[in-house]
Design a protein around this ligand. Sequence first.
Ligand code: GAF
Length: 396
Amino acid sequence: MTTNRTQHLIDNVSAVFSSVFGYVASHIIQAPGRVNLIGEHTDYNDGFVLPCAIDYQAIVAAARRDDNIVRVVAVDYNNEISEFDITQPLEFDQQCMWVNYVRGVIKYLLERGYVLGGADIVISGNVPQGAGLSSSAALEVVIGQTFKTLFDLTISQQEIALNGQQAENQFVGCNCGIMDQLISAEGEQNHALLIDCRSLETTAVAMPEDMAVVIINSNKKRGLVDSEYNTRRAQCEQAAAFFGVPALRDVTLATFIAHETELDPMVAKRARHVITENMRTEQAAIALSNGNMTLLAELMAESHASMRDDFDITVPEIDTLVDMVKGVIGDQGGVRMTGGGFGGCIVALVPPTFVDAITAEVNAKYQVATGLQATIYVCKAMTGAGVISEQNLAIA
Ligand code: GAF
């Protein structure tokens, strides 16, 4: 199903493609952003996450070329165009930051041995940037999916995700885990995915039909995200090393409690968050599949408190939003911060009848409390990356 806002993006990339390149694109391809329901900062600890892909996406119009030249247009950057030859060394472009996601993905596809050629590509998207909803993962995955499609690559969705993560880690320089790329590549309509970030095994969990996914962007500019993120990673690795295990996934709560006081107090707090968050995430997947919203809401509340008190990744604007929504929904749904932290978004799972009341409350009080204006997105869990249409541009 194509929403109006997706159709708008499709029309736009198609029109820009024809006007810039002078012919009609052969393919329209999409990859979604994501919202994580629970399981934060657990992915790089080999743990569990429970995200769903959302109907905010990166969209590409593309066609294969007969040479080795890639021409890419970024609609959201004033139709800026970047051109390069994929047989030449693909280096980081200091002048044009957005194209590094494209270059990085192509570089590692080539290094993995895939045979590619040139392409004409127009990109646009409506995943809000810098809001913790994985706009960059959507971009990496849509580019991987585009080259898979144009050159008939026998690459799995999982490898498209891993390749995107490699581009983010080694080319762009952000040391993220695998959650964002994997859910963008493998998401399922009307389902969340419980992902085991060690085995990369996924289990689809149906989203209850009587619950809306409400995302509220605090619009708090996320500061120091990369450095704080990398510090958290290092603290988790320090804790795992103390316990003599490959990752915090391998430490039980009982073992942690027995040795907690031997750890540096800050490192102990970080470890406690990860160990308890892993437990909550597995329980939440069961609660969601049983439709036990009361338990799910409790787990989301505990997750938020743990991110605030132990992992120190919430900010006052985010805590304010969570409290505001909680005040409206009481025990009728769950709410917590979502994503990497230090600003960004909260997610609420609520009966749809609460959406108007939440919107009214946030509109009336958030700006007064923080000086910022929030943006509200009501989302559906959608399918992962894929081709929307080909050749004749008939919408699938
Ligand atoms: C960011 C990262 F990219 C993910 O890998 C994950 O660690 C998340 O923060 C926190 O759960 O989105």
